[in-house]
Design a binder for this molecule. Structure first.
Ligand SMILES: *[C@@H]1O[C@H](CO)[C@@H](O)[C@H](O)[C@H]1NC(C)=O
Ligand SMILES: *[C@@H]1O[C@H](CO)[C@@H](O)[C@H](O)[C@H]1NC(C)=O
Length: 447
C-alpha cells in the first residue's frame, strides 16, 4: 500500500514537473469575479491538463501580487476582467508593461463597454480602439444569434493557428492596427462586419455616425483586428482579444449556422499556446566561426580570408517539453558588418546536421572591427538575434607573397639599373686610368 502511494506521488511529481511552456508554467488568472471561472472551464481545464499551474484572483484582491520585490511572480498573466474598472495597486498599465519586460506573457481581453486601465494600455501596443460601446456587428451569415455574436473564419495561413480551424464565435470590440512592426495579427474581422454604436439592427447610418464620432474613419471591413499578438523585444508575448466570450464554454459548444461545432476550443488553445511561448519559440544555441580548413575560431581574421560561420538553432517542442534542433528556416541571412553590412548572404540549413546553419564566405578587402550579425524577425516567431565581434587585420609584413608577377617591370627596372651602374663604373674607371697613363707619358716626353 505504502509503495503504491509513493509511486502515485512520484508519478504526480513527474507529471507536474513537465513544463508545457518554454518559459514556465505558473499562470495568474484575473477574473471579474472568481465565480466566472466556471464559464471558462473548458479553456482553464485545457491549460491545467497541459501542466499549467493556475492561480485565480479578482482584480481588487491585494494578493497574490504580479510583481514582488521587482521579481515577476508568474510566468503568464491572463486578464479576463473586462468589466472591472478598479484594480488593486499592483495592476496598472505600467506594471503590466514591466511584467512584459521581465519576460512574463500576457493574455488580455478588451472591455467592450467601458473605459478601463486596459483600454488605456492598448495604445501602448499600437492598437487603436473604437469609441466605447461600439461592438462588432455583422448581419452575415444569416443566423438566429444577435447581430453582435459573429462567426469569424480564422485565416488559413497563419503559423500560430491550426490549419482549417472551423469558424469561431466572437463577440466584442474590433480594433485598428497601428503601424508597429511587433504586432502579429491573428484574427481579423469578416469583410462584411462593422463596428456600430448599438447592438440593435441599425444599418448604414450607425456606421457612418460611429465613424464621425470616432474621427478615425470608417470602422468596417477585414482590416479591423479581433485578436492580435504582440512580441516584445525581450521575447515576451502579449495577446489582445476583442471579447472574453471567445474563450467561454458557451461559445465552444454553440453550433455554427451550418450546424457544425465551432473552432473556439482549437482556436483558443492555439492562441494560448502561442502567447505562453509553447509554439513558434526559437532560440540560437550557439554560433561559431573559423577559417576554412581549421576547426577553432581565430581571434582575428586577415582580409580576404575564407571564413566558415555556423549557427545552431533549436525550436521548442511543447509535446516533449524540450528544445530540439530545428532546420526549418530557409530565409535566414548573415551579415558581416562594419557600420554597414559589407557582406549579406543567406545562411542556409546545413544538410545532414539538424539545427545547423552554415555559410562560407570571403572576408572583404577592408580591415577594421567587424561583426557577424544574425537578425531574423518573422511575424509570430521568436526573434533571433546574435552579434559576434571579430577584428579583421591586414596581412603581417611577412604575410605577403615574396614575388609578384605583376611587379616584373619593376624588378627588371631595378636589375637593369644595377647592371648599368656596374658597367658604367667599370668603363669609367678603366677609361680614366688610360687617360692618366697617356698624360703621364706626355709629361715624361717633354721633360
Ligand atoms: C456565466 O454563465 C452563467 C450561466 O451560463 C451566466 O448566467 C452568466 O451570465 C455567465 N457569466 C459571465 C460573466 O459570462
Ligand atoms: C552548439 O549547440 C549544438 C546544439 O545544441 C550542440 O550540439 C553543439 O555541441 C554546440 N557547440 C558548441 C561549440 O557549444
Amino acid at each position: 500500500m505504502f509503495s503504491r502511494w509513493t509511486l502515485v506521488t512520484l508519478l504526480g511529481l513527474a507529471l507536474s514537473g513537465a513544463a508545457k511552456s518554454s518559459t514556465g508554467d505558473s499562470v495568474l488568472v484575473v477574473l471579474d469575479s472568481i465565480s466566472d471561472k466556471d464559464n471558462f472551464s473548458q479553456f482553464f481545464n485545457g491549460l491545467t491538463d497541459k501542466g499549467y499551474d493556475l492561480t485565480f484572483r479578482s482584480p481588487k484582491d491585494a494578493k497574490p501580487t504580479i510583481i514582488e520585490d521587482d521579481v515577476a511572480q508568474f510566468s503568464h498573466v491572463v486578464l479576463f476582467s473586462p468589466d472591472s474598472k478598479n484594480y488593486a495597486q499592483d495592476i496598472t498599465p505600467q506594471s503590466l508593461v514591466t511584467l512584459l519586460e521581465k519576460g512574463s506573457n500576457l493574455l488580455v481581453a478588451l472591455p467592450s463597454k467601458k473605459q478601463t486601465i486596459i483600454t488605456s494600455l492598448a495604445p501602448e501596443f499600437s492598437l487603436i480602439l473604437p469609441p466605447p460601446g461600439t461592438p462588432l456587428v455583422s448581419h452575415f451569415p444569416e443566423r438566429d444569434t444577435p447581430v453582435t455574436v459573429v462567426p469569424v473564419t480564422p485565416p488559413s495561413s497563419n503559423p500560430i493557428l491550426t490549419p482549417n480551424t472551423p469558424p469561431v464565435w466572437f463577440s466584442g470590440v474590433p480594433f485598428a492596427y497601428g503601424n508597429n512592426p511587433l504586432l502579429v495579427p491573428i484574427l481579423n474581422a469578416p469583410a462584411e462586419s462593422f463596428a456600430a454604436d448599438s447592438g440593435s439592427d441599425s444599418g448604414a447610418d450607425a456606421v457612418v455616425e460611429a465613424a464621425d464620432k470616432g474621427g478615425e474613419g470608417l470602422w468596417a471591413g477585414s482590416q479591423m483586428g479581433l485578436v492580435a499578438g504582440f512580441q516584445a523585444l525581450g521575447g515576451a508575448r502579449a495577446t489582445w482579444v476583442g471579447g472574453v466570450e471567445l474563450f467561454s464554454d458557451e461559445y465552444a459548444q454553440k453550433e455554427l449556422p451550418q450546424g457544425v461545432k465551432p473552432g473556439n476550443t482549437q482556436f483558443t488553445s492555439d492562441v494560448a499556446a502561442w502567447t505562453f511561448q509553447e509554439s513558434l519559440a526559437l532560440r540560437i544555441d550557439n554560433v561559431t566561426h573559423h577559417l576554412v580548413g581549421e576547426t577553432g575560431p581565430r581571434e582575428t581574421y586577415t582580409i580576404n580570408d575564407n571564413v566558415v560561420f555556423t549557427a545552431h538553432i533549436s525550436k521548442y517542442n511543447s509535446g516533449k517539453s524540450a528544445w530540439e534542433p530545428y532546420s526549418g528556416i530557409t530565409d535566414m541571412q548573415l551579415e558581416f558588418t562594419m557600420l554597414d553590412p559589407h557582406i549579406r548572404t543567406s545562411l542556409p540549413p546545413a544538410t545532414g546536421n539538424p539545427g545547423e546553419y552554415s555559410v562560407t564566405f570571403r572576408v572583404p578587402d577592408r580591415h577594421g572591427v567587424f561583426k557577424f550579425i544574425i537578425d531574423y524577425k518573422r511575424k509570430g516567431w521568436t526573434h533571433l538575434q546574435s552579434s559576434t565581434v571579430v577584428p579583421v587585420v591586414p596581412p603581417r609584413h611577412d604575410g605577403y607573397p615574396r614575388f609578384l608577377s605583376a611587379a616584373w617591370p619593376y624588378y627588371i627596372g631595378a636589375i637593369s639599373t644595377s647592371i648599368g651602374f656596374v658597367l658604367f663604373s667599370t668603363l669609367w674607371l678603366a677609361g680614366d686610368d688610360r687617360e692618366a697613363n697617356k698624360k703621364f707619358a706626355k709629361t715624361t716626353k717633354t721633360e
